[in-house]
Design a binder for this molecule. Structure first.
Ligand SMILES: Cc1cc2nc3c(=O)[nH]c(=O)nc-3n(C[C@H](O)[C@H](O)[C@H](O)COP(=O)(O)O)c2cc1C
Length: 512
């Protein structure tokens, strides 16, 4: 193909609004040509994912900015996404219930009826949090939650889902409270795709949380209509490969829709690894209903993370992430994925997990280990850490404190969790003298975005706006879909673009 023909083809592919009539040799023709290789239709980014999903939540794009703990997915981030009619999830986990309520009130006044959601995280360490936050969501009319870290259905979750359930005259069941479940395992997905367990429905009825009518409709209602299948991601993760996880989840959704006779097909969304357009296209082509991002949004301007930590994120590559123990499920051995570039958090946290595994009490730790912990990790004596931890639990969770006073292994876990919790706050607040301890949740998708954006407008984190990133990923996926058509029609891959330029906002706005 001549260089002029290649240049014309490339520029036509980059405009997804155009229909392309492709002739032999990669030249562009018109509808009347007799020797057409094929026709590439317009590919609107707004058509990606499920139409039913977009309709249900009144969205322009089937794209979700996932929750990020401690308000990292901030009020500003959710509002910026809503401005583009994209769904944002407020990062309620890790915040006191009163802060969650303040954020909800603010979002409702800013968004005036446009859709947003908020996180509802399972908190085995602090069950009262889950109950208090469900109270707030019901009282304030928050009708969409992103439910994460649930191992089984809980009374609060069932209460939320069943509240307000009603049947229309045509037999359609309307559930005003929507749960978008986030899971990585099939057995958990099955629980969310099933109706609520009868035992918990009875409990909700007995506690006066739901009416007889709501209880009677429960067997016809899945706990979650939408389920995000989370592959290898930032934060809590099972490190599942997307290519194996997503097809199995789609099959399960289909099976459960039939088994329970639901009128509306269950939907599966994609999360984990979506940092470049090709990944979004792969998810769309596999049949995923919507696309959830997290890590890349954390590096954006609207993120609640400090500017200094965002600057670190913007430099990371795919391999600059590592496993670390999760603060909230430390004793269970749960893992999170964090940034390892520019911080020593991961090896330090892993050391704490290892010491906790090998020893039963703080008093059993070898002297040199205590020295190392006090000098390098805590920068204070273990006794001091325990005093602070005790004060915290006295205020927040006296029953756990009582247990820890009687159980030295739990006491050691609480002391070690002090570091894991503080390290995340030091990163959020950009505490300079604790830079080497910053805990920044992050998955390889961020590196994929950075690698794609290297040397462009978006390399600078000051230029990353969460809505532009969303539009850019979807636009890029639309262009790559056209490239795939051209390849299928026989154009040599060497004559086609392999990547899409990350267009700056003013150019991007022409196409999306
Ligand atoms: C900093 C950070 C914090 C997160 N916190 C939460 C959370 O509180 N609740 C939740 O459901 N998911 C949380 N996630 C997961 C994201 O919502 C999203 O599902 C995930 O990041 C998508 O994968 P990615 O990291 O490859 O983009 C978090 C992710 C990150 C990066």
């Amino acid at each position: 193909m001549s260089s002029t023909t290649t240049a014309i083809l490339h520029s036509a592919l980059l405009d997804p609004r155009e229909t392309l009539y492709l002739k032999k040799g990669g030249e562009l023709g018109d509808p009347g040509d007799t020797s057409l290789l094929g026709v590439i239709p317009p590919t609107a980014p707004g058509n990606f994912g499920s139409k039913a999903f977009r309709k249900e939540f009144s969205l322009r794009y089937a794209y979700v900015g996932g929750s990020m703990v401690g308000g990292i997915s901030s009020v500003d981030m959710v509002a910026a996404l809503a401005d583009m009619a994209v769904l944002g999830m407020f990062g309620a986990s890790g915040l006191p219930p009163s802060a969650v309520e303040d954020a909800v009130v603010k979002l409702q006044s800013l968004l005036g009826g446009r859709t947003f959601g908020s996180c509802l995280i399972h908190s085995p360490q602090d069950p009262s949090w889950e109950e208090e936050v469900v109270d707030i969501y019901l009282r304030r009319g928050v009708n969409l939650v992103e439910a994460s870290a649930f191992m089984q259905m809980t009374p609060s979750l069932v209460r939320y889902r069943l509240h307000g359930l009603k049947e229309l005259p045509d037999g359609t069941i309307v559930a005003p409270n929507r749960i978008m479940a986030k899971v990585s395992r099939l057995e958990l997905a099955r629980r969310f795709f099933s109706p609520p367990p009868p035992k918990l429905v009875q409990e909700a009825l007995d506690r006066g949380w739901i009416t007889d009518q709501e209880a009677s409709l429960a067997p016809l209602t899945p706990m979650a209509q939408d389920l995000t299948a989370e592959a290898d991601s930032g934060g809590h993760t099972d490190f599942r490969p997307a290519l194996t996880l997503w097809p199995s989840m789609l099959k399960l959704a289909d099976e459960c829709t039939r088994k329970f006779g639901y009128r509306q097909a269950l939907r599966v969304g994609a999360a984990g690894g979506l940092g470049a357009p090709a990944a979004v296209l792969a998810a769309h082509d596999m049949g995923l209903a919507y696309f959830v991002t997290g890590s890349v949004n954390q590096s954006c301007l609207e993120s609640g993370l400090s500017a200094e930590a965002r600057a670190l994120l913007a430099k990371a590559g795919q391999a600059d992430v590592s496993q670390a123990p999760a603060a909230d499920m430390f004793e269970l051995g749960a893992k999170v994925q964090v940034l390892k570039y520019g911080t020593l958090f991961a090896p330090r946290a892993l050391k704490l997990a290892e010491l906790h595994r090998r020893h039963d009490r703080l008093e059993d730790l070898p002297e040199e280990e205590v020295q190392f912990l006090e000098d390098k990790i805590f920068r204070r004596s273990l006794a001091q850490v325990w005093t602070e931890t005790r004060e915290f639990f006295q205020r927040r969770d006296p029953p756990t404190l009582a247990k820890a006073e009687a159980d030295p292994k739990l006491k050691m876990a609480l002391v070690f969790r002090w570091y894991l919790g503080q390290a995340a706050r030091w990163a959020i607040n950009g505490v300079e003298e604790r830079r080497s301890d910053w805990c920044i949740f992050c998955g390889p998708s961020l590196g994929a975005f950075n690698e794609w954006a290297a040397g462009t407008y978006y390399a600078d984190p000051a230029n990353r706006r969460v809505a532009d990133v969303a539009a850019l990923l979807l636009y890029g996926a639309a262009v790559l879909k056209r490239v795939a058509h051209a390849r299928d029609f026989g154009v040599s891959p060497g004559d086609l673009p392999v990547s899409v330029p990350p267009l700056p906002p003013e150019e991007l706005s022409r196409y999306v």
